[in-house]
Design a protein. Structure first.
Length: 327
């Protein structure tokens, strides 16, 4: 700022001239309007207790599972009669050379896929139904579904066996099937187990998807209805894309749960059905490890299942990321 004196009238007039960019104080630091970036390690500090617990409950057992799969570990080694020896990939070579393993693997993949598709279809349909009924029917349906979800797998399997019992079951009487045994045939036994798995699994999908639908703005659904979209079109073109992150979670959870089904198969088919016709990988691993005392082969089957589930999950997440979804 400069002041130039003037002699006219004996007065002193000031002419102020302000230079551009001179508002920043000299010697001071430039201040920014943005907030400081948070410390990057803060989320990990909050997650540390949970990670420690998960590490103790998951990492160490998985390590032991993988270690035993590379050893010769049978009843002789467990009792101390023979020393444990390192087999390398010998257990995996024996497992992959067994034709029964591939048969059981194929049955597991098909059965788990049918369970996942059926569970998602029933859960999503009932979630949409919950948004269409009044409060009292909605409460009754929620309580019934949560009751099925809270029922232990052993109890639920036993109840389903009683319902489909060839002598005293009410289902055969209602359908007029006489003394038909649902657990005798391979496909009818798998169908019976599938119904029980869907019955105890759909409430998780229903409640989760219902919560996601309630979070969708009502204006979006009203606009789609005013445009003449049917309920199926609204689900396929409006709700499903908006609920995709939720559907990813329930799909991955269903894949993991249904791929490693054990209790329902073991209880309802009496350990895998006649001549092992209803075996799945989890029951097959149990038979190898505990019925045959081949703990190393059972561990190898567990490692194969773990790797398959990890691969399916990672591939599914990768495909969604390519489509631009934020998970």
């Amino acid at each position: 700022m400069s002041v130039s004196p003037s002699s006219s009238g004996g007065a002193v007039s000031g002419r102020v001239r302000v230079r551009r960019g001179s508002s920043r104080p000299r010697g001071g630091s430039r201040t920014s309007g943005t907030a400081p970036r948070p410390y990057r390690a803060t989320p990990w500090i909050y997650l540390a207790p949970a990670l420690v617990v998960l590490g103790g409950l998951l990492v160490y057992p998985v390590y032991q599972l993988g270690l035993i799969s590379f050893l010769e570990y049978t009843q002789a080694q467990v009792s101390g009669g023979e020393p444990t020896s390192f087999q390398g990939f010998g257990n995996y070579a024996e497992l992959f050379g067994d034709s029964e393993f591939w048969r059981v693997l194929l049955a597991t993949v098909v059965f788990a896929g049918a369970c996942v598709v059926s569970t998602l279809a029933v859960g999503c349909a009932l979630a949409v139904l919950l948004t269409r009924v009044r409060a009292l029917p909605r409460l009754a349906l929620m309580l019934a579904a949560l009751g099925a979800w809270a029922t232990p797998a052993v109890t639920g399997s036993t109840v389903w066996l009683l319902l489909f019992d060839p002598d005293f079951g009410p289902v055969n009487r209602m359908l007029g099937l006489g003394d038909h045994s649902w657990t005798y045939g391979r496909y009818s036994a798998f169908l019976l187990v599938l119904l029980e798995v869907v019955w105890c699994s759909f409430p998780f999908v229903m409640v989760t998807v219902y919560a996601g639908i309630r979070a969708v703005p009502a204006e979006v659904l009203e606009a789609a209805a005013l445009d003449g979209a049917s309920q199926w079109r609204i689900w396929r073109s409006v709700l499903a894309p908006m609920l995709r992150p939720i559907l990813v979670v329930v799909t991955i959870q269903s894949v993991i749960w249904d791929f490693k089904v054990f209790t329902q198969i073991y209880v309802m088919t009496n350990g895998g059905g006649i001549a092992g016709q209803n075996l799945v990988l989890n029951v097959y691993a149990y038979q190898k490890a505990f019925a045959s005392s081949q703990y190393s082969l059972g561990s190898a089957i567990g490692v194969v299942m773990l790797l398959m589930l990890l691969a399916v999950t990672l591939v599914y997440l990768r495909l969604l990321r390519r489509q631009g979804e934020e998970l």
